[in-house]
Design a protein around this ligand. Structure first.
Ligand code: ASP
Length: 315
């Protein structure tokens, strides 16, 4: 791993890393620029904070908050609607230094579920709170309860109208043709700590109360300083069956980072005919990314702060 001397020259700091994603699916050409702009904004705003000494946890939370706020993505504002026409949000955050994790699922009317997840991790003895209980906790922590319309976008209402009575509809169909997708971030800070976070509105027309992979530790994200950290996106019902994020973290141990990412996605496809994508950083500080969907929006930072944004993995 490369190193640099920080402002206090007797402290040798590690070169931080940051990678974010804005979902793996068949992003239509008309939406590509918004996705690229969104992931690039998150990296260019947050990477300087890592260079200045922010923790990996703070960095992944900050990056995901930017993406939750951006209506381009299926997270926070702009999330898919469930079968009842409501937004229900899932998110998790994990600290690779301590293996502490916080998550929320089926949370309504809060813009930043990733921050509620962080409070679950830091302020409760639990790892995962759901639905009404998650909202009650969020309010007790001072999060604003929004009117449902404040998370709704015209794009998602229109999409919901199109699919709500479609015969033979399956919740994984929109991965081939939908307007938005999940977000996530993985960071390595200059103290050598890793963290990962994922946030989503789940899948379009999901059942009320459906929870996907995103808030499930090891499925939607995982972080362990000894292995690496990963955030996943894609068809949750397949991702959670192979614990994709933990699988890739385990693969980091004996494989090059990019090879581990590729192997994880191959495992997803072969074992459960799943599809999706992952971003990650190995314990050695190497970026990893792979997907078997047509596209995945993601962006990572170079040491000088310049950004590398992609709409699909370069071959
Ligand atoms: N994995 C998410 C879910 O199934 C959706 C996505 O990543 O697009 O809830």
């Amino acid at each position: 791993m490369s190193t640099f001397a920080g402002s206090n020259s007797d402290i040798l700091k590690l070169q931080p890393k940051l990678i974010v994603h804005g979902g793996a699916w068949n992003i239509p050409a008309a939406y590509e620029q918004d996705h690229l702009h969104g992931v690039q904004t998150a990296v260019s705003e947050v990477y300087p904070q890592l260079l200045a000494g922010a923790s990996a946890l703070d960095a992944v939370e900050a990056a995901v908050r930017i993406l939750e706020e951006d209506p381009t993505f299926d997270a926070g504002r702009g999330a898919f609607l469930n079968e009842a026409g409501q937004v229900e949000l899932d998110a998790m955050i994990m600290d690779g230094a301590t293996l502490q994790v916080g998550a929320v699922a089926a949370l309504q009317n809060v813009l930043h579920p990733v921050s509620v997840a962080r409070r679950v991790m830091e302020k409760t003895e639990h790892c995962l709170l759901v639905a009404e209980g998650a909202l009650r906790f969020a309010k007790s922590m001072g999060f604003e309860e929004l009117a449902p319309e404040e998370l709704l976008t015209a794009r998602e209402l229109k999409f919901f109208e199109e699919i709500k009575n479609q015969e033979g509809f399956k919740t994984h169909h929109p991965f081939l043709n939908a307007p938005s997708d999940t977000v996530g971030a993985v960071a390595l800070d200059c103290f050598g700590n890793l963290a990962a976070a994922t946030s989503t509105g789940g899948t379009a027309r999901k059942m009320v109360g459906r929870v996907g992979d995103s808030p499930i530790p090891g499925a939607g994200a995982y972080a362990d300083n000894a292995l690496g950290a990963v955030s996943a996106t894609g068809w949750g019902e397949s991702i959670m069956r192979v614990l994709l994020s933990k699988t890739v973290c385990d693969l980091f141990e004996n494989n090059e980072a990019m090879e581990a990412a590729r192997m994880g996605i191959e495992h997803l496809a072969q074992k459960v005919q799943g599809f999706g994508g992952i971003i990650g950083i190995s314990a050695k500080g190497h970026y990893a990314f792979s997907h078997n969907t047509p596209k995945m929006a993601f962006c990572f930072a170079d040491p000088d702060g310049s950004t590398n944004a992609f709409i699909k993995c370069p071959r």
